[in-house]
Design a protein around this ligand. Structure first.
Ligand code: AMP
Length: 480
């Protein structure tokens, strides 16, 4: 499996009727965080109902499903597999029968000690149903000797290391937690008498709910009987929010880590224009992910912003399909160049990132074919040199173009007249100052060491931690 994939989106709601319907719309707004599958578990009067499936939220659920799911409490998940293959049993929310009831769990992130914990648990007799790191958490909860679910969850989450922004419920209470580094975002909202929890605030906006706050790094929040309480998970660590959430993952209309995304992305464009100015007639973005950064570049440079590429929104993201030749096709299906905008123009293309370089190479060809006289590329992030182990399924080092090529070699490969990236220092200058960040994909400084062999192997030799330790999926989920 290859490609840099989306991570996941999680959603929880408690204290409102038709909770599944709210979860549906919440997941709809979080669709960009995972398109491989979606699921909702709804609870009501001691019963639970589950619907999970492969594909987009709108493909998985219809109106009848939502009516049948009902619920006064619901947990939802959008999936792109990071750890665990794409087999049907790996869909989330995970539903487990334990502690005399049912527990539903939705997880965004990646646990770096899941493999060791799983081996220990299996040695002691645990039988795993999935190949997901997330299942380790359920086993730890089930085996805990503490009395209440809250205490058990607290104990379990103290044993796992890595990235987790999760939502958990037994049908009575909604528990939401973030790892002590706070890699992935997770926020709380209010709707009437009810509470919502979501990966990004855009999932609250779609429901006209109010944003309350971000769940803190290392905080567990328990919502029950209309009240919310906060429990610390562990000793305080310095936070390491994934800076790539600001660069690419999150929607620009979201607030993550307590800060709105759009102004950050625009600032990335501003510092990029200051650091690497260009002589050109127009600035264009690669819609939609680099729109805000390109606007920022245009604002600062005074070069007019134009829509030189049009995106077909009815195609999923480039990376939905892991098979190389299909991905190539998808780039062509997804974008088209606007000849009347580009013809005879010196064009600055602002993109948020280059992973393998596949997309950009094709786009440059397209832009040149549409008559651009010059193509200058500006990237609103530093070169991606290292894989991520905290929730993004990244290619191996060897596949990351910046890891194996110099900037000049990349420029030649992409066939552009100029290429500049942001430096890590400039990136940090543009990002909200008060936060601590994980910048491992740019500098290889991993805030949480991973002791298990698969990750080390990948780092040094390449490999496939997301798939290999447990089971490998041969069939991709959704055919093109
Ligand atoms: P590539 O063709 O491999 O260089 O992909 C680069 C493009 O993928 C950029 O235009 C980014 O907007 C986009 N991108 C960056 N990170 C991810 C990711 N994790 N998942 C999907 N797309 C991504």
């Amino acid at each position: 499996m290859s490609g840099w994939h989306e991570e996941c989106g999680v959603f929880g709601v408690i204290g409102v009727p038709k909770a599944a319907e709210l979860a549906y719309f919440g997941l709809y707004a979080l669709q960009h965080r995972g398109q491989e599958g979606a699921g909702i578990v709804a609870f009501e009067n001691g019963r639970h109902r589950v619907k999970r499936g492969g594909g987009l939220v709108s493909e998985v659920f219809d109106a009848d499903d939502l009516a049948a799911l009902g619920g006064s409490l619901a947990v939802g998940h959008n999936r792109y597999s990071t750890t665990g293959s794409c087999r049907p049993e790996n869909q989330q929310p995970l539903v487990s029968h334990c502690l005399g009831g049912v527990i539903a769990l939705a997880h965004n992130g990646n646990l770096v000690n899941a493999w060791e914990l799983r081996q220990d648990l299996e040695r002691e007799g645990s039988i795993f149903q999935t190949s997901m790191d997330t299942e380790v958490i359920v086993h730890l909860i089930a085996r805990s000797h503490r009395e209440t679910l809250v205490e058990r969850a607290q104990e379990a989450l103290r044993s796992v290391r890595g990235a987790f922004s999760l939502v958990l419920s037994d049908g009575r209470r909604l528990i939401a937690a973030r790892d002590p580094d706070g890699f992935r975002p997770l926020c709380i909202g209010r709707i009437g008498e009810g509470f919502l929890v979501a990966s990004e605030s855009c999932a609250l906006d779609i429901l006209n709910a109010s944003y309350v706050r971000e769940i803190e790094a290392g905080e567990m929040v328990v919502i029950e009987a209309g009240r919310m309480r906060s429990i610390p998970l562990d000793g305080k660590r310095d936070a390491h929010h994934c800076i790539f959430e600001f660069i690419y993952f999150s929607r620009p209309d979201s607030t993550i880590f307590g800060h709105p995304v759009d102004p950050v992305r625009r600032r990335l464009g501003h510092v990029l224009a200051d650091a690497s100015p260009a002589e050109a007639d127009i600035v264009i973005s690669v819609p939609d992910s680099s729109n805000s950064a390109a606007l920022g570049f245009s604002e600062r440079s005074g070069i007019p912003f134009e829509m030189g590429l049009i995106r077909n929104h009815y195609v999923g993201r480039t990376f939905i399909q892991p098979i190389q030749h299909l991905r190539d096709l998808r780039v062509r299906v997804k974008f088209n160049a606007v000849r009347s905008v580009l013809e005879g123009k010196r064009v600055v293309v602002v993109d948020d990132s280059i992973v393998r370089g596949t997309t950009m190479r094709k786009l440059v060809k397209m832009i040149r074919n549409a008559g651009a006289s010059k193509v200058i590329l500006r990237i609103s992030s530093p070169p991606i040199l290292f894989p991520c182990f905290y929730g993004i399924d990244t290619p191996t080092r060897g596949e990351l173009i910046a890891s194996t090529h110099t900037v000049e070699e990349i420029r030649k490969y992409l066939d552009v007249d100029g290429l500049a990236y942001l430096t890590i220092e400039k990136l940090k200058e543009a990002a909200p100052a008060a936060l601590g960040y994980c910048t491992a994909c740019f500098d290889g400084v991993y805030p949480i060491p991973f002791s298990h062999t698969p990750s080390k192997e990948i780092l040094e030799n390449g490999g496939d931690w997301g798939q290999s330790p447990i089971t490998k999926c041969e069939e991709p989920w959704s055919p093109l």
